[in-house]
Write a protein that binds this ligand. Sequence first.
Ligand code: NOJ
Length: 550
Amino acid sequence: MRSVVPTAEVPWWQTAVVYQVYIRSFADGSEDGIGDIAGLRSRLPYLASLGVDAVWINPWYPSPMADAGYDVADYRDIEPAYGTLADATALIADAHAAGIRVLLDIVPNHTSDQHAWFRAALADEPGARQRYLFRPGRGPGGVEPPNNWQSVFGGPAWTRVADGSWYLHLFAPGQPDLNWDHPEVRAEFEDILAFWFDRGVDGFRIDVAHGLVKAAGLPDADESVGAAQSLVEDRAGHPAWDQEGVHEIYRGWRAVADRYTPERIFIAEAWVDGSERLARYLRPDELHTAFQFDFLRSPWRAKVLRTVIDDAIKGAASVGAPPTWVLSNHDVTRTVTRFARSQPGHLVGTDWERGRWADEDPDHELGRRRARAAALVQLALPGTAYVYQGEELALEEVEDLPDEVRQDPTWAQSGFTDVGRDGCRIPLPWTETDAPYGFSSRPGVVTWLPQPAHWGRHSVQAQERDPDSTLNLYRRALQLRPAVWRDAGPVQWLDVAADVAAFRRAGTQCWVNTGDRAVALPAGAAVLLASTAGVRDELPPDAAAWLKVE
Ligand code: NOJ
């Protein structure tokens, strides 16, 4: 059994592979069709056999689920549908015993509208409204919102309450934004961090880390900045995002984490404008890591990939931090589907991201080949890598969910024009049987989102039997990665054809072919691992390989 005691000189989090557990859809131990802690505990052996170093668990706190748990009603407890606090501490202990560290998701930008603080605010208890961003409306009678900000999910970012004042919510109305100028808000979150650190949690993914502080006076956004209505679009210059004041908050958080041994760490979700802005979150007294989202927004084009990789490494290195690579998560179209249609020549925005290409049928097999190749690139790079559950099974986005089952608030808030993120959150298939495909042990249970009829084909059980499956590719890659890449040094690009990206790190090379013709591999190279079968002297289109070159 592996151990969580650090053994190398390089701290674990600088080279880790972290598996993202979207708990609602991972495994259901209570047989109600919703994933939970019992399900996750029962599948820890699977995660250990995959070879991941840590898990990041999406929010598991009590929540009315206005936004799948990102509306937290109590930060120090567990959502009853997922289990109890005792289950959570047992899970942390089991994970540690299996050599897997545990990262939680902290949601500091907003609470649920059912949080005790917001209920007190609505009841107009003395001082309670100051913890949120309540403002009078504009225009005669104050009937217009206080400014022109739009919610990320669509529609105005303001909702009016009974007495006529408005509160800010950058996301759903059930997610009121906190006022981070208020000392109680600051103290409360430092205390919540300590609450979970005391229970052995190894770190936190910080939700919308770039959103907590808003420009003073909440000024209108410049129309030229756009509605800022998407998580993945750049919002440079918008007064709601990436304000200087957030950094002081993270310096305080870092001081809390640094009180603990072994080391506790942070990973920021910050959709900011470019690697230089991102690096500001990673200064030595702030956060340890931050997702590199340009990697996830890169189309299947060698040239774009090269630029994004260089830029990310440079940005992180400027502050001595490791880069953090991510191909997808619970907010974006699954990688297989992102790569299953024609590819633009530049980083992508929301429309493209959600797979809404007009009139183009996805070619999932093509997308699958590319996703497997992209995984080998991701896992060959220096720094840390996040794997979103189901990537190791090469699951595609489920794009044909019936409208009546959709749960993402984006669907209603966009006036039923944006289908939102349900398609990448479908419960995992574990067995080849009928639905729920081993997600729950009770046959016929109705899962919180329906699984497609072919889900069993992609199941863990089916892929374990097939030596060429994506699951076995990931297992092999994660097994090789520590010896081959962990201490391999910097990326050095090789001079290759324009449609190909190839880099060397010490004696190992990683090649990826995004073009439509096979390319010759270096003479005498030994193929350590390839994303497609039969690679020897040539690398076919839509494939990647790791090579040992003397
Ligand atoms: C980012 C999370 O990843 C997303 O799922 C959520 O909707 C928003 N933050 C709001 O908390």
